[in-house]
Design a protein around this ligand. Structure first.
Ligand code: HPA
Length: 280
């Protein structure tokens, strides 16, 4: 990206403004959740390639398109990011968070991040969903390093409520109303792409992580910095390294994400609608 991050985000936002008014809520879809975007009605699809600065996305199961549309009858109008850029693909933190900032300047106020994660907490199991109540940034990177652009936000943002407590409550309520299991815990975000070693997982468990993945933390930092209200949900796709005898594989991550998809989509449909209603 040659432009400064704010100018780049403004350029992307100008393109989005020329296409449609911004919904108040966005959702970033993790691997295997593209079906959420496909069920939106009256939808408008924008390929990432057509939005200035949006990165190409390389992982199987990540489409690389924005879908603007409505969640069924009576549901909220939302924008879904189907596919995201990851640090492990070689993108800088600034490139990874560019779409989030572009959505902000377009006019999106709230954003829900989803991802696939390995479970560390001894009571959690693959196939379950976990509400992210906090994170530990283990990427060694921060999208806010470098000159601060006050037009986004303050130099030293407080991160205490980065995962909006009201949104967390709304998501808990939706899960409870369906008697669906919604674990909650701390997500540790690493750069990847290798999965962790068993020793790293023991360390992460001791420092308070309940799940581990390779996304989300930089995006949440940028969203919070820019004044967006955020929430996060992990699909626990596997036991983290050393916690089961089978080796980790992306195929297993995808298979489990596919099994949890129907419940996940229902939680998103109702949760995003409530979050949209709660967004000023
Ligand atoms: N570790 C890191 N990232 C992941 C995992 C994991 O076990 N599962 C899904 N994404």
């Amino acid at each position: 990206m040659d432009l400064r991050p704010y100018d780049a985000a403004e350029e992307a936002a100008a393109h989005l403004k020329s296409l449609s008014a911004a919904p108040s809520v966005a959702v970033v879809l993790g691997s295997g959740l593209g079906a959420f975007a496909e069920q939106l009605v009256d939808s408008q699809i924008v390929s990432y390639g057509d939005i200035p600065g949006f990165p190409g996305v390389g992982v199987v199961g990540h489409a690389g398109r924005l879908v603007i549309g409505q969640i069924g009858p009576g549901g909220a109008r939302v924008v879904a990011m189907s596919g995201r850029a990851h640090l492990y693909e070689g993108h800088s933190a600034s490139v990874v968070v560019h779409p989030v900032r572009a959505l902000r300047l377009w006019g999106v106020k709230s954003i829900v991040f989803t991802n696939a994660a390995g479970c560390i907490h001894p009571d959690f199991a693959p196939g379950e969903l976990m509400l992210i109540t906090d994170h530990i940034n283990m990427t060694g990177l921060n999208p806010l390093t470098g000159p601060n652009d006050d037009r986004f936000g303050t130099r030293f943002p407080d991160m205490s409520d980065a995962y909006d407590p009201v949104f967390c409550d709304l998501l808990r309520q939706v899960a409870a109303s369906h008697s669906a299991v919604l674990r909650e815990g701390v997500y540790a975000g690493l750069k990847g792409p290798s999965y962790e070693t068993p020793a790293e997982i023991r360390m992460l468990g001791r420092v308070g992580a309940d799940a581990v993945g390779m996304s989300t933390v930089c995006e949440v930092i940028a969203a919070h910095h820019a004044g967006m209200r955020a929430a996060g949900i992990s699909c626990l796709t596997n036991y983290a390294a050393g916690l089961s005898s089978s080796p980790l594989s992306h195929a297993e991550v995808k298979e489990t994400a596919d099994l949890a998809r129907a419940v996940f989509i229902q939680l998103l449909n109702e949760g995003l609608t409530k979050i949209s209603e709660a967004t000023d």
